[in-house]
Write a protein that binds this ligand. Structure first.
Ligand SMILES: NC(=O)c1ccc[n+]([C@@H]2O[C@H](COP(=O)([O-])OP(=O)(O)OC[C@H]3O[C@@H](n4cnc5c(N)ncnc54)[C@H](O)[C@@H]3O)[C@@H](O)[C@H]2O)c1
Length: 441
């Protein structure tokens, strides 16, 4: 394939070398003449394991050329990979100067090209940039249409400096956000042989997931380091602790707890986080990330409260709760975020009716009983044994139970116009979608 690569930093230079190694003809484009000269001489513009030898090899193959002329590169290739830098601006926003200028240059070049062209943005871009910012520029400058005359798509790059050639050859996956088949056809031809999944998604999801990955990596490192600081102060071996933590592949190193939903609660997580943070305080250890988790959880609860208030029809204040315990399938009400939400709504004058098939007041015991007596003292008047009474007497439903039979029973009883605030993400097809408002989905 004939490929042009814009921006020959770590990402662009490694891609150029690996694609040329794989037999493709590659045109490298950069505004930095020194980088172009180095590549022409068979030298690497970046310090990376394996790049010295690989650049020498691919330069000798005759499959690599360089230019500063964007139009020449677009006209001479069928696909462009855009890898220019997107650094931080002083205020923390993304400095998109380079990519905006490049989009205009590519648009002008595409104006003079008859054959269809695929443009793959590989620079990390804040979600919405390709479709909301770059597409209008390219369409305006080219006088052509995305999806018809050319195809813009986004493919996040996952290589790590220091091991980029290895990562190029064995990425965790290939993720491509595209709106049209021609982009996937070309990218499958380039990357389909790699030993990983090829995942198709929307452009915005692909942009967002790159941030999500980097944020997750930063979060993991900080988690290990905060744990180590506390371990250090307590005379515990942090390596041994983290090694044990990582050996749990059911709950810890797994998909568990990574599905968006409502706030967490229950009898363990909040109390143990509080104890951890208190312990750190007594040892003069700062744990800003662990210390912020409960605050973030409260924000999630606040969002649910705001959604319920905004969704209640004007002048109506009757809210039906379907689900109350901290987790479906248990009657444990201790620190249930649904109890806190109910408490907040009652405090603001809302009238609540509650249905939870697992919660039977007469059977509540011990700490569970005293928690609910303290937080919802009039629960006896609000809790109904039948769903019918809750649905019939409510202007709005808050769904906090993920039990399928319960959701199906709710679907069968909904009154005309009755809306649902969904805190559990109901499975598709069970409730009429126009009646359901997700918490943040
Ligand atoms: N470095 C990494 O490990 C890594 C990994 C994944 C994703 N990314 C992302 O990939 C992008 C590139 O990162 P990098 O580290 O390779 O950047 P870099 O700063 O090393 O290189 C960017 C290159 O783009 C060139 N450039 C700027 N404007 C240009 C233009 N108009 N035309 C042609 N070239 C131009 C610069 O001269 C420079 O050589 C960034 O968005 C980054 O966030 C980087």
């Amino acid at each position: 394939m004939k490929i042009s690569i814009f921006g020959l930093g770590y990402v662009g230079a490694v891609s150029l070398a690996c694609l040329a190694r794989d037999g493709h003809h590659v045109i490298g484009v950069d505004i930095d003449a020194t980088k172009l000269r180095l590549i022409t001489e068979g030298k690497t513009p970046v310090v990376e394991e394996g790049m010295v030898e690989l650049m020498r090899q691919v330069a000798a193959s005759g499959r690599v050329s360089v230019t500063t002329d964007a139009a020449e590169a677009v006209l001479g290739s069928e696909i462009s990979l855009v890898c220019v830098g997107t650094p931080s601006a002083p205020n923390g926003s993304q400095d998109q100067g380079a990519i905006l200028r490049l989009a205009a240059q590519m648009g002008k070049a595409l104006a003079g090209k008859r054959e269809p062209h695929v443009v793959v943005f590989r620079s990390t871009l804040v979600p919405g940039t390709v479709e909301g910012v770059l597409r209008p520029i390219v369409e305006r400058e080219s006088g052509k249409k995305d999806g018809v005359d050319f195809h813009l798509c986004f493919q996040p790059e996952f290589l790590r400096e220091g091991s980029s050639i290895k990562d190029y050859d064995k990425p965790p996956f290939t993720v491509v956000g595209a709106n049209a088949a021609p982009a996937h056809d070309k990218l499958r031809a380039l990357f389909g042989h790699l030993p990983c999944k090829y995942l198709e998604t929307s452009v915005r999801s692909a942009e967002m997931m790159k941030y999500c990955c980097n944020n997750f990596h930063a979060l993991k490192i900080t988690f290990a380091n905060e744990t180590a600081r506390l371990c250090g102060a307590l005379g515990v071996d942090p390596f041994e602790v983290m090694d044990l933590v990582c050996q749990d592949t059911q709950l810890n190193i797994s998909r568990a707890y990574l599905k968006p939903g409502f706030a967490f609660g229950g009898s363990c997580l909040p109390k143990d986080l509080r104890a951890t943070n208190y312990l750190a305080k007594t040892r003069d250890v700062e744990l800003p990330m662990l210390g912020a988790i409960l605050k973030s959880n409260e924000e999630h609860l606040e969002l649910a409260f705001d959604k319920v208030v905004a969704a209640c029809p004007p002048g109506r204040r009757k809210v039906g709760f379907v689900g109350l315990s901290f987790k479906t399938g248990t009657d444990d009400l201790r620190e249930s975020p649904l109890v806190t939400l109910a408490e907040r709504l009652i405090g603001k004058g809302y009238e609540l009716r509650i249905y939870d098939p697992e919660v039977h007041l007469a059977q509540l015991l011990g700490a569970n009983k005293s928690f609910i007596e303290q937080h919802l003292p009039h629960i006896g008047q609000m809790l109904h044994a039948e769903l019918d009474a809750v649905v019939a007497g409510s202007d709005l439903i808050v769904l906090g139970s993920s039990s399928r039979p319960v959701i199906e029973a709710l679907a069968a009883r909904l009154r005309p116009g009755q809306q649902i605030i969904d805190l559990v993400r109901v499975p598709a097809g069970v409730l009429p979608p126009e009646r359901v408002a997700g918490l943040c989905w």
